[in-house]
Write a protein of this length. Structure first.
Length: 600
């Protein structure tokens, strides 16, 4: 591929650009622009914001969010969210696509809706109650409802819903002489026509769930779950078999020793884990602000020996971990280690640097790849993607596998500048697009990837998945599986191996999750998007807290699905209902017009 910035048409032809301004001269109607330009605040951003658009679509929209951490800019919109708020004002239509609109906080959904609301106040209204998520959330969840017709009107009048959503909205618009473009009504309840007051008094208070089903969040959020599309026959169902099976007897997986869902550890790991627990306990005793830092070493040690050792060494020497921005902003907490904390870290390093230290997870990964433990062939024959949260673990797994499988072409799919190919013990840097192409054309059948790089990665030519570690974030776990459980998957059932060590915090959390992963076709259907810190601190009550959460989440999901499932049609001849059907050449003629032919 050529260096620099350029346009590429649907046939692969490269159209070189002369400068920053050429981003506003797209050679065809539809342009795909890398969000990297926006995230890096390149000069092209200003040019893009100088034009007007018919439609702007942002995929992986959850990346447009507020900044995390504890710095001065914490809580402020990141570059992508700020850009979307500006460009939305210059667009007639805006569409945001994401599988996880809520990553860690409920307000993230409101932030995305605020983008839709820019220049289009009919979404959340103008200075309305719906714009404040703390105020609106109890109504959206159905925990609260208006107690008087006057209060109901205060929720409905800004923004006033469209007439076709409910007969009462049609009545309101008819009585007030409003067209569909009017959404903000200043008329107070006492000044409403009698017929509207009567309908509000007689009908709405009796329906405590009215706003639960008729609110801006439901109105402007379209849910398309894979299960719904599969049930309609619009997608072929792909099943998932999760290993290890909790009730599988010892020896079911050859020489790989599982007890329930946990992998048996060795003496080296047990000693290092005990020292890591001592560090976590000491840190938690020293400061309540430690938060997730209390478990960061445990998580990384449970990922791999390499990640645990490198993490302990970096904390000990006050270095930031470049794959964890949250930890990088919290160095002040770790900058003044107590003697007990320092001793625990030194013990972790000493145990993991022993000459006889062997990582049981690496042994398990190699066994599943090379031995027919669960199917007629080893997993490598079906193609496999291996996931880890941490680049240190990815590097360790790749290094071990290229030594054991010197003839195998092994891809590392990670952040910019970290991706490449291993073969025969040697590493060559390559572009991530080259890895995608290699997998697509079956030249690469083994990929090791980080979570940070996996969004938008389609690897349906691979039939198995190994989670070397499990993020305490079920939505991220679902994203991993989504790389292979998608349209075009050749296997009717894919297989997934989850590796957690026996008698660890990881195992306790996974046990709570795994009992809710029963449906082989929808194993993540009701899991929380993330596990709160206080849930982890109170591990004994984790399942009760999850069950309470799942009940509330299912109620919220019902509001979306009742509204949208009926609009999912499996009729292949819907085009017959169109007023006009364009010929293919008509479409090509329209879409082939360059931006420069239009007024900015």
């Amino acid at each position: 591929m050529p260096q620099g910035k350029y346009w590429q048409d649907a046939h692969g032809h490269i159209i070189r650009t002369r400068g920053v301004e050429d981003i506003a001269r797209c050679p065809v109607q539809i342009a795909i622009v890398s969000t990297g330009l926006i995230i890096q605040q390149s000069p092209e951003c200003e040019v893009l914001l100088s034009r007007r658009y018919g439609t702007v679509i942002l995929d992986e929209a959850h990346r447009a969010r507020r900044r995390l951490g504890i710095g001065q800019k914490a809580g402020q919109p990141n570059h992508l969210l700020e850009f979307m708020q500006q460009i939305a004002q210059r667009s007639r239509h805006v569409l945001l696509g994401t599988a996880t609109p809520i990553q860690t906080q409920v307000y993230e959904l409101w932030d995305l809706l605020s983008v839709l609301n820019q220049g289009a106040g009919f979404v959340l209204g103008t200075y309305s109650r719906w714009q404040t998520w703390e105020t609106a959330l109890p109504i959206v969840k159905g925990d609260q409802s208006p107690t008087t017709p006057r209060e109901m009107w205060e929720w409905l009048q800004n923004p006033l819903p469209p007439a076709n959503e409910h007969p009462i909205f049609a009545t309101i618009r008819l009585q007030l002489g409003l067209d569909e473009k009017e959404y903000r009504i200043s008329t107070g309840f006492a000044s409403l026509p009698t017929v509207i007051q009567t309908r509000l008094e007689l009908e709405l208070p009796a329906n405590s769930e009215f706003l639960y089903h008729h609110n801006p969040i439901v109105r402007h959020t379209v849910v398309r779950r894979r299960r719904t599309l599969e049930e309609k026959g619009l997608l072929e169902r792909v099943g998932v078999i999760v290993h290890p099976q909790p009730d599988a007897p010892l020896g079911s997986y050859g020489d790989v020793p599982f007890i329930g869902v946990g992998l048996m550890a060795n003496y080296t790991f047990e000693c290092a884990y005990k020292a890591a627990e001592a560090f976590s306990h000491a840190l938690g005793q020293r400061t309540r602000a430690a938060g997730f830092l209390k478990t960061i070493l445990l998580q990384r040690l449970c990922s791999s020996f390499a990640a645990g050792r490198i993490t302990a060494a970096k904390i000990l020497s006050h270095q930031s971990l470049d794959d964890d921005s949250e930890l990088a902003t919290a160095t002040s907490i770790l900058s003044d280690l107590t003697p007990a904390e320092q001793q625990a870290l030194e013990q972790v390093i000493a145990e993991l640097e022993r000459p006889d230290a062997r990582d049981p997870k690496l042994t398990a990964v190699l066994a599943f790849l090379t031995q027919p433990l669960t199917a007629a062939q080893p997993w490598l024959e079906y193609g496999c993607i291996i996931f880890s949260q941490f680049y240190d673990t990815v590097t360790a797994v790749a290094t071990a596998l290229t030594q054991a499988l010197p003839r195998e072409l092994i891809a590392v799919y990670a952040g910019v500048g970290k991706s490449g190919l291993w073969q025969g013990g040697e590493f060559t840097s390559v572009d991530r697009e080259a890895i995608k192409e290699g997998v697509k054309h079956h030249r690469i059948r083994l990929v090791i990837a980080t979570d940070a790089a996996c969004e938008g990665l389609n690897l349906q030519t691979l039939g198995t998945l190994i989670n070397v570690d499990l993020p305490w974030n079920p939505s991220r776990l679902e994203q991993r599986l989504g790389r292979i459980k998608r349209f075009g998957q050749r296997r009717p059932t894919v297989e997934m191996l989850n590796l957690v060590y026996h008698q660890t915090l990881d195992e306790k959390i996974y046990e709570a999750l795994s009992r809710r992963m029963k449906d082989r076709y929808d194993i993540f259907g009701s899991l929380p998007d993330t596990l709160e810190d206080e849930w982890i601190d109170n591990i004994e009550q984790l399942e009760d807290l999850m069950d309470k959460y799942l009940h509330l989440r299912q109620e919220a999901r019902n509001a979306f699905e009742l509204r949208y499932e009926r609009h999912v049609s499996d009729d292949p001849d819907q085009w017959r209902n169109c007023a006009r059907v364009l010929a293919r050449q008509d479409i090509l003629n329209v879409l082939s017009q360059p931006w420069s032919a239009l007024c900015p």
